[in-house]
Design a protein around this ligand. Structure first.
Ligand code: THU
Length: 160
């Protein structure tokens, strides 16, 4: 028997102002998208912005549904839109922000497991890491250098 240790290094920024101007702009687009989220059931508004290697920025927000599982997270709305509109264009960075309409959300909110798996598909295919910056509605910003760091032991097509 041997043990395997899994480690990931995350960076924590005290506020958005500590980020590069490019990433600040990307995060601001995520905030704009969050304001347009359709979240009447959870009141939890999430915005995502993806910078593409071609220079475009694609945004998304969570889209809920009266039949709860039929809704979709902000991250996947953005990633699937990017995949549909700009096929095979690499994601160079992703910014995420989430906030409840019921209380202040000041802790950084990471993407859910299903979104991590969906994002991993793009990262594996493009063969370059996607840095992910995530925050609440205000406050600290966490940077993961890749989806892999948020989803160790990822299941990918190499297993099929
Ligand atoms: N949500 C996201 O948009 N992204 C996540 O990574 C976690 C959760 C949405 C789904 C649902 O509309 C609301 O937040 C509450 O779970």
């Amino acid at each position: 028997m041997k043990k395997i240790k899994i480690e990931a290094e995350l960076e924590v920024f005290d506020s958005i102002s500590e980020l590069s101007s490019d990433i600040q702009n990307l995060m601001n687009k995520a905030h704009e998208a969050r304001n347009n989220a359709y979240a009447p059931y959870s009141s939890f508004m999430v915005g995502a912005a993806i910078a593409l290697a071609s220079g475009e920025v694609v945004t998304g927000n969570n889209q809920e549904n009266a039949a709860f599982p039929s809704g979709l997270c902000a991250e996947r709305v953005a990633a699937f839109y990017a995949g549909a509109q700009f096929p095979n264009v690499a994601f160079t960075a992703m910014a995420l922000t989430a906030g409840s309409l019921k209380h202040d959300t000041i802790t950084p909110i990471p993407p859910c497991g299903a979104c991590r798996q969906s994002l991993a598909e793009y990262e594996v295919n493009q063969k370059s890491p996607i840095p992910i910056y995530f925050m609440g509605a205000t406050g600290k910003v966490v940077k993961a250098n890749s989806v892999k760091d948020l989803l160790p032991l990822v299941f990918d097509s190499s297993y099929l």
